[in-house]
Structures are given as structure tokens and as C-alpha cells.
Design a protein around this ligand. Structure first.
Ligand code: 3H9
Length: 706
């Protein structure tokens, strides 16, 4: 061996006749090259050491093994490969037992499946989540899981990527025993000694009989394939997982392993895998804002919400669901009753879906109180204002908060556009004011923009990040500007879409092209869902400051003038039958568009779906670059996470900035310059994009994580 075994993060030590092999590679014992080498060396040692009669593998720290080391993806792999390590474990002539605590995921579970006996203690989470990374289990997982659990259960585990707890793992035959205590080493040792005492044989998963009923297994494969074709929306790996299980049914183990390997490598090499792995790391990276490193969060045990409209009620529910109490403030009794009714309606919806019991709702609502007096907020630790989007109204609320709140209370605004610096400057404690921009429905949407005004103190920002964690939201740090990260960029690509609509593409074609790209909805469906009146109000607010030379498409205003605000009024860009959430194209809207084209002197032209996406994405990417250039977003990855969690951007493309890297920044810039020939005012290349292209660099070079 050309490496020093003693320096590897895997150690082994005899406990009686059991060789205990400990993997100690924080944070999650991922299977990087040194762990693979260490495991292989430990098994080799066990084979040749006469004193060792059995092997027990455990993980140190918080997990058994969190999977393959994803930081190695894309680099040239160093031997031994994980499938070889697993084969070596399985081939060991002495019983190999694993004792699992914490995560045994992906490659981690594959190591466990290659062992001869498996024990897990309470709190362990087992799974093959590779599909969520655009991969398939590539170290024998598809072949061994199918043989151990049967085709149907293995397919369900691998296609969902879900984690199962110990009890379910036992039911699924993934583990042989559930430990009585959480002392994983003691439990593992006791089990190993028991197996030795009973002379339990070496038992190899490759010989398990889960596929013995071949017809049933093939029927499960066929059913999974039909379902996957319907649901996988262009994703590569789910169908390949089905193919691998089919190979497990039809082929000998070694042939199945070779097939799995070839399919795994194809997935690993795909743009989809790169996008999903980027999303995984990016969503962890956004949590590490500078303020969270250099400041201690303030304690938050009570929260106030000002405003009981849809947003305020949604925020109240998000907070109640995290276990904290909420005091809601409204201006009068009737408004407060409406606010409470909004909150109750959210829970009633969950009861109707069977997700919450009436008892749980009643219990949760004991933490909800309401008042029409700001004085009720005198002792709360944090207040979130969610009143009407108007500077004077917001400043009046903040004046009241300034009057009543205790010193040190965090004062947050949920504004989506307004200047938070101006709100902060209007009171005596600007250092306590922060933006918490929730997305609707606030109890469901994962994104939380933490907007950081100039004068805020670091511990307030750290508190906001802490609250996001408690609410199970994904926080993204944003600077102050009109629309922050998400809505500012949205404004620009929506405008690009409006230009295309006026130039000849129908809103229905644009929506379809955007859905085909991977978004759950197109931009005009989103307008209809959110309510056209919201954007209309913003457009009116901005009318005075709009560049008179900039192109302005009036179609959306024409619809709003008719009271067509979308789903809530039964028509918008689409028509909605009573209670329907999916609309149908509306010839009257098409007539309005035609009239507007004529008024603007435009002869409509055809757009291909490809051109629609190129323009839509170029606008999104260019404004994303501006947002990074102006330091509104810390890095390109913050823009990516904003779009993945707040705007339905397809995760397998990694976010708009990752997507731009994939298609090539030079291509995006060339598109923008081409589009600029007709409209140079709208299509102005971002200085950051130009700079990166000149350097031949990618957005990812600014992420600090590659
Ligand atoms: C695979 O296994 C392929 C094989 O089938 C085939 C091979 C041939 N690699 O989430 P956390 C880092 S594919 C590298 O905050 P938690 C993570 O980035 C893999 N790094 O903690 C973070 O770093 P930092 C299949 C990893 O306690 C730190 O660990 N496996 C990996 O909330 C803590 O992470 C999966 O899909 C990794 N595999 O949750 C499991 N995992 O501190 C992916 C984590 O610098 N991992 N890190 O920000 C998870 O689901 C969770 O991390 C886990 C812990 C449940 C393990």
C-alpha cells in the first residue's frame, strides 16, 4: 500500500474476539477516499488476524455514514472504488456486523447492505436518497436492496429517496435487530458476541431470496416503470433505477453490478446530477451568512405579528407550527376576528386533508392570542409586521412598535419591495430593524429572505437566521433594494415575457414553454394565482419613476382595469370555472392582446419555445448577475437558492446561475447582445457577466465552495 494506514480516519481494535472498526471522519463519515482505504485495510486486517472472529463496523460522531463524499464528484476517482470496498466486506470469511446510529444513507446504507448482519439503534435514519441527487445507488445498492427487500419495497425506497426510521427499517428487513439502548457500540458488541456464540454463519446479501418470486418482481418493475414515466418529468435517474432492479431480477449478481455501475457513471456525468448536487451544498451554504459567524442570536420565545391578512395569518401559522406563541395585532375587533379566522382556515384545510386533528388544532391555538392594542406587544422578543404595502402605513406601525416594545426586541418587516432603510431610519432603534420576507403561502413556502438594512446590528441578523431554522425555512441573506433578490429579478424576466407576448407569443405558449423547462407554473399562471392586482399596484407605484423611454406593455393593466385579477375573480390571463384552479385560455384575452399589439404598431411574429426560454433565462441571469454585482446577494448561489425555494426553479438545473454556467456565460452574453440590437435599453449586459466572460470564468468561481 502506498499510503500510511495509521493516518486514515478508520481505526480498528479488538474487543475480545470482535474487531471493532470505527469510521471517524467528521462531519458525517462520508465515504471519501481515505475512508474507503481505511475500510478496505480494516477488512484485510480482519481476514488475516486469527484473534478476530468477527468484525463490527460503527461510525463515530453523529452518524454511521452519510453516503459517498459528494465533494469528490466530478474529480478523478481514486481507488478503491466503493463497489469494490463493499464487495470486499461481503466476501469477508468472518461475520461482519454493522451497528447503525444517525444517518446510514446512500453509500452508507450500501456498506451496511454488504455486511452480513445489521443492527440499528433508535434515531437512526436509513435510506437510498441518490435519486434526489440525480443518481442511483452505485455501490451495489440496487442489486442488494432488491434481493434483500424484494423489488417493490426496494423500488419504493430508491425512487422516493425517503429516509426510514428504525422500526420501518426492521419491517422492511433492512436491519435484523433494533438496539434496546442508544449505546451503539455496546449494542453492536452484544449482538456480535451473540452471533459468535450461536455460530451464526456468514450470510451474504447477494444470495438473499427477495426476488425468488420472479413474476411478482417483474410485475413490480413494470408498475414502477409506468408510474415513473408519468412522474419523473425528464429526470434521468428514476428510470435507470427501475432498469437496474429489472437487471437484478433477470441477471446474475455480477452482471447486475456491471450494469448498475455503467448506469451510475452515466448519471454522475449528467448536468442534472451537477445541478442537484449544487443545490444540496448551496442550500447549506446560505445558512452561513457572515453575521451568523460573528454574533450570538438574541433569545426568541414570544413573537408578535402585526396584520391578520393572508400574509400575516400565514406567518402566524408558520410560527405557531414551530411551537412558539403568537400575539396578533389588528386595528379593530372585526379585523382581528378576520385575522383569527384566516389562521383557523389554514388549520381547517389541514384537517380536511387529514394532516392535522381537530384536537391538535385546538391545542396549537392555545398559543395564539390577539389584541387591538399594541401594548400587548410590550414583552414580545420579536415582532413581524405584515400590514398593507405602503410606506406611510408601515412607518406608522413601526412608530407604535418603537413606543411599546421592550429594549432589544427585534422589529421585522415583511415588506416585499419597500425601502427598509427608510423604515429603520424613521424610529429610534434602527439597529433592531430587519426584513423578514416570507413567500405566500407563508406557512408552506420554504424561502425566507433575510433583508439586512444598513444600520442593523449583527445579532439581529443572526436572530433572523436562528428563527428561520426554527421555522424550518431556508434563509437567504439579501441587501436592501426594490424587490430584494427574488422579486427584483422576477420583475425583469416578467418584463421580458411581456415583451414577447406583445411581440407575438401568446401567454399560453410562454407558460407552456416555461413549464416544459421545468417550472411548475408559467409566469401568467403565477400572476393569476397571486392576484393581478398586486403587480398592478406596484406598477402604479413605480409609474412616476419609470424611464419614459423604456418599453411598457399595457396588457396586464388592461386586464386589471376590467377587474380580471386571476383565480379569485374567475378570470385573469385565463378563465376559471367556479372553484377551478386550472384555467383555460381565453379568446377575449387574446383579442385584448391583439388590440394592444395594434395600438403599439407591432406586427406579431412567431416565437419558438426555445427562443422564449433563451430570452426568459437571459433576463433572469442578467439581473441575477446585477444583484450579485451590487452585493444585494452575497454570491451567485444565494440567487440560486432564492429561485429554487421561492420561485419554483427546477432543482435539477441547480438555479439560474448554475444553469448559466451550464449553458456557458459567453453564450448568455451573446444572446443578450443580440437581443439588445432591438431594445438596447432593456438588454444591458450586467458588468459582472461581461467581466466573467472576459476572464473565461463561471459564476461558480464566486461561490467559494467549489
Ligand atoms: C451516494 O452515496 C452515491 C453512492 O450510492 C454510490 C457511490 C459509488 N458528502 O446536512 P448537514 C456535509 S450519494 C459530503 O448540515 P445534518 C454537509 O455539506 C450520497 N459532505 O447535517 C455539511 O457540511 P458543512 C448519498 C456531506 O445533521 C455537513 O456535512 N447521501 C455529505 O442536518 C453537515 O450536513 C446523501 O444523499 C456527503 N454525502 O444532516 C445524504 N453529507 O458543515 C446527504 C453531508 O460544511 N446528507 N455533508 O455545511 C444528508 O442528507 C445530511 O447531510 C445528513 C446529516 C442526514 C447526513
Amino acid at each position: 500500500m502506498e499510503f500510511d494506514v495509521s493516518a486514515l480516519p478508520v481505526t480498528y481494535q479488538l474487543h475480545g474476539k470482535v474487531l471493532v472498526v470505527t469510521i471517524d471522519s467528521p462531519p458525517v463519515n462520508a465515504l471519501g477516499v481515505d475512508v474507503r482505504r481505511g475500510l478496505a485495510a480494516a477488512i484485510d486486517h480482519a481476514r488475516t488476524n486469527d484473534a478476530a472472529h468477527a468484525v463490527l463496523v460503527v461510525g463515530a460522531g453523529r452518524a454511521f455514514i452519510g453516503g459517498a463524499d459528494m465533494r469528490e464528484f466530478g474529480k478523478s476517482p481514486l481507488p478503491p472504488a466503493l463497489p469494490d470496498v463493499c464487495n470486499r466486506i461481503e466476501a469477508c470469511p468472518k461475520p461482519v456486523i454493522v451497528a447503525i446510529h444517525g444517518a446510514a444513507l446512500g453509500g452508507g446504507l450500501e456498506v451496511a447492505l454488504a455486511a452480513h448482519y445489521r443492527l440499528a439503534v433508535a434515531g437512526a435514519r436509513l435510506g437510498l436518497p441518490e435519486v434526489t441527487l440525480g443518481l442511483l445507488p452505485g455501490a451495489g445498492g440496487t442489486q442488494r436492496a432488491a434481493r434483500l427487500m424484494g423489488a417493490e419495497a426496494a423500488l419504493s425506497l430508491m425512487l422516493s429517496g425517503r429516509h426510514v426510521d428504525v422500526q420501518e427499517a426492521r419491517k422492511l428487513s433492512l436491519v435484523d435487530r433494533v438496539g434496546q439502548s442508544d449505546d451503539v457500540l455496546a449494542e453492536g458488541l452484544a449482538y456480535a458476541q451473540e452471533l459468535l456464540a450461536s455460530r451464526a454463519p456468514v450470510r451474504r446479501t447477494r444470495n438473499a431470496q427477495g426476488l425468488a418470486d420472479r413474476d411478482a418482481a417483474l410485475a413490480a418493475v413494470a408498475a414502477a416503470r409506468a408510474d415513473t414515466v408519468k412522474k419523473s418529468r425528464g429526470l434521468l435517474s428514476p428510470l435507470k433505477i427501475v432498469d437496474c432492479v429489472e437487471a437484478a431480477v433477470n441477471e446474475p449478481f455480477e452482471t447486475g453490478m456491471r450494469f448498475e455501475r455503467s448506469q451510475f457513471l452515466e448519471c454522475l456525468d449528467s448536468v442534472q446530477c451537477a445541478g442537484l448536487v449544487h443545490a444540496f451544498f448551496a442550500e447549506r451554504e446560505v445558512q452561513k451568512a457572515p453575521e451568523t459567524k460573528n454574533a450570538m442570536p438574541r433569545s426568541v420565545v414570544t413573537v408578535g405579528v402585526v396584520g391578520g391578512g393572508t400574509m400575516g395569518a400565514g406567518i402566524a401559522v408558520a410560527i405557531l407550527d414551530s411551537g412558539l406563541p403568537v400575539t396578533m395585532i389588528e386595528r379593530d375587533d372585526a379585523s382581528l376576528a378576520r385575522g383569527r379566522a384566516h389562521v383557523e382556515r389554514v388549520y381547517d384545510g389541514l384537517i380536511a386533508k387529514g394532516r392535522v386533528t381537530p384536537e391538535a388544532k385546538a391545542k396549537t391555538l392555545t398559543r395564539f392570542t390577539g389584541s387591538t392594542s399594541y401594548d400587548a406587544l410590550a414583552q414580545v422578543d420579536l415582532v413581524i409586521e405584515a400590514v398593507f404595502e405602503d410606506m406611510a402605513v408601515k412607518q406608522a406601525v413601526f412608530a407604535e412598535l418603537d413606543r411599546v416594545c421592550k429594549p432589544g426586541a427585534v422589529l421585522a418587516t415583511n415588506t416585499s419591495y419597500l425601502d427598509i432603510d427608510a423604515i429603520a431610519a424613521s424610529i429610534t432603534r434602527a439597529q433592531d430593524v430587519v426584513g423578514l420576507h416570507f413567500f405566500s403561502p407563508a406557512n408552506i413556502m420554504k424561502l425566507l429572505e433575510v433583508v439586512v438594512p444598513k444600520q442593523v446590528s449583527s445579532d439581529v441578523v443572526a436572530t433572523a437566521f436562528g428563527l428561520a431554522k426554527k421555522l424550518r425555512k431556508v434563509p437567504v441573506r439579501a441587501g436592501v433594494c426594490d424587490g430584494f433578490i427574488g422579486n427584483r429579478i422576477l420583475g425583469v424576466y416578467r418584463t421580458a415575457a411581456d415583451h414577447m407576448m406583445e411581440d407575438g407569443a401568446s401567454p399560453y405558449q410562454i407558460d407552456r414553454a416555461v413549464r416544459d423547462f421545468g417550472f411548475p407554473m408559467g409566469p401568467y399562471q403565477v400572476v393569476d394565482l397571486a392576484g393581478g392586482d398586486i403587480g398592478w399596484a406596484t406598477r402604479k407605484r413605480r409609474a412616476a419613476t419609470r424611464d419614459p423611454k423604456a418599453r411598457y406593455v399595457q396588457i396586464a393593466d388592461c386586464l386589471c382595469e376590467r377587474g380580471w385579477f386571476g383565480q379569485k375573480t374567475g378570470r385573469g390571463f385565463y378563465r376559471y370555472a367556479e372553484g377551478a384552479r386550472i384555467g383555460t385560455p381565453d379568446p377575449e384575452v387574446e383579442a385584448i392582446i391583439a388590440a394592444e399589439r395594434e395600438r403599439a404598431g407591432i406586427t406579431p411574429r412567431n416565437f419558438s419555445d426555445e427562443e422564449i426560454i433563451r430570452r426568459y433565462m437571459a433576463a433572469m441571469i442578467n439581473e441575477g448577475a446585477n444583484v450579485v454585482y451590487e452585493k444585494i446577494a452575497l454570491r451567485p448561489l444565494d440567487v440560486d437558492v432564492t429561485f429554487l425555494y421561492g420561485y419554483g426553479f427546477p432543482r435539477y438545473r441547480g438555479g439560474p446561475m448554475k444553469y448559466a454556467d451550464t449553458v456557458g456565460l459567453a453564450n448568455v452574453l451573446a444572446d443578450i447582445r443580440e437581443f439588445a440590437k432591438a431594445d438596447p435599453l432593456f438588454w444591458r449586459p450586467s458588468p459582472l457577466l461581461v467581466k466573467l466572460v472576459e476572464r473565461g470564468a463561471k459564476f461558480s468561481s464566486l461561490n467559494g465552495m467549489e
